[in-house]
Unconditional design. Structure first.
Length: 94
């Protein structure tokens, strides 16, 4: 199965569902490479940035579940880099 590298941006506007978010992130911990919370100085919004490495189905599962939570907005970007069956492709710069 093809794996991709990507980034997921989560905007938190209501903190009451953060425990549900943490549960979803734990369920998808196998594809989360890095997680960073950012304070942008906004009173009503907080940002969480994730770096992910997994199949498009698994990444879509993560973002879909987060997107259904009240008080969260989620956006993802996936790279063109594809890893197939455990074999890494050579990455070239353009």
């Amino acid at each position: 199965m093809e794996k991709r590298v990507g980034s997921v941006l989560i905007i938190v506007t209501e903190k009451e569902n953060v425990p549900k978010l943490n549960s979803i992130l734990s369920q998808h911990g196998d594809i989360i490479v890095g997680r960073m919370g950012l304070n942008l100085g906004l009173a009503a919004a907080h940002v969480i940035s994730l770096v992910v490495h997994g199949t498009t189905d698994r990444i879509a599962s993560l973002t879909g579940k987060i997107g259904k939570l009240k008080g969260f907005e989620v956006k993802s970007v996936l790279s063109k880099y594809v890893e197939e069956d455990g074999v890494e492709n050579e990455v070239t710069e353009h």
